[in-house]
Design a protein around this ligand. Structure first.
Ligand SMILES: [Zn+2]
Length: 331
């Protein structure tokens, strides 16, 4: 029990390491009440994490027949072990429809969606980096088979013993991330919506999802007046002052938006890669060209999300060259 922490009445935390990943670890939460249990998210699909999860379940004396797994969003560090939970533990899985649909289209390595991830790197001007899909962390540690799920969307209600959770729309970090709010206990499980010492990654998905950064900024603002005594986020230290963290995250993105616009104004037409090269990154590498390939997917996606937000608010536009690469310019 040594590495399990009781956070508040009925809420427990185990921090599981994500070796070799810049996120370092994931906070796995367990809610236990009146014999019922809910586990929030799973960690990557690896043998090591499976063992950590099993020992969490055993140490807590969980009755698996009265246990559900809630998945906040589609990322592999949150869903990696879901197929195992279903097949080996027989646990019912709850998840939002939007992220489930995307995730289940990614279990197969040859699926259209993984091809489109590579096509997006071409649009972004990353051909010279020779990225391989096997270098994408989401690809390596994903659930490898589909599993049945119970659809759980914003405003749905979920009862676990004497906890009553309401689903919240936290789209932005992914197209359909769902948070869980317990109004009477002022508890919020927020997934990767607000994180303490690191900034949640906001990426470009595709043109049907569109302006993910705009979605994100709107949805974090809506948390400002929500009464929260306990904010349980999925990575790193827990946040004490929620409005202050919202301000910091908004400032971070506004700074990046300005940075991208400034680069476009001084350099003229730029690819997404050019913009990523000119952004300041909180990493040991000097600049984008020195990033390991796994990080290039994320950095380009992040730069692209800022460009698409600028396009949504009418500040920039793009044209496609004959190779199909996007060139952004300021208006
Ligand atoms: Zn995530």
């Amino acid at each position: 029990m040594s590495n399990i922490k009781k956070l508040s009445d009925g809420v427990y935390l185990k921090i599981i390491p994500l070796k070799g990943n810049p996120l370092k670890s994931i906070n796995i939460y367990m809610v236990k009440s009146k014999g019922y249990t809910m586990i929030v998210d799973t960690g990557f699909n690896t043998e090591e994490i499976r063992e950590e999860m099993l020992s969490f379940i055993e140490d807590m004396g969980v009755d698996l027949s009265k246990t559900i797994l809630f998945l906040t969003h589609l990322h592999s560090d949150h869903t990696g072990l879901a197929t195992w939970f279903h097949k080996e533990l027989g646990v019912k899985i709850y998840m939002g429809d939007i992220d489930y649909r995307i995730m289940s289209s990614m279990t197969d390595a040859n699926s259209k969606r993984w091809k489109s991830v590579m096509e997006t790197t071409h649009l972004q001007g990353l051909d010279e980096d020779n990225l391989k899909i096997e270098e994408h962390a989401g690809f390596r540690y994903r659930p490898k088979a589909e599993f049945p799920y119970v659809s759980f969307n914003p405003d749905y209600i979920l009862r676990v013993g004497d906890f009553t959770f309401k689903g919240m729309d936290f789209s932005g970090h992914t197209p359909g991330m769902i948070g869980l709010y317990e109004e009477s206990k002022k508890i919020l499980f927020c997934g990767d919506h607000l994180l303490g010492d690191i900034t949640p990654n906001i990426t470009f998905w595709d043109f049907t999802v569109g302006d993910s950064l705009g979605m994100y900024l709107k949805n974090i603002e809506e948390l400002r007046d929500l009464p929260i005594d306990h904010l349980y986020s999925s990575h790193r230290a827990l946040i004490e002052d929620v409005p202050k963290r919202i301000d910091e995250l908004k400032e971070h993105h506004n700074h990046r938006i300005d940075e991208a616009l400034k680069t476009l104004k001084s350099k003229g037409k730029c690819t997404v890669r050019d913009i990523a090269m000119n952004m300041n990154w909180d990493m040991r590498a000097k600049d984008f060209s020195e990033f390991p390939n796994t990080q290039k997917f994320f950095a380009a996606g992040e730069a692209h999300a800022h460009l698409e937000h600028l396009r949504a608010i009418g500040k920039v536009n793009f044209e496609k060259d004959e190779d199909g690469v996007l060139w952004y310019y300021a208006l």
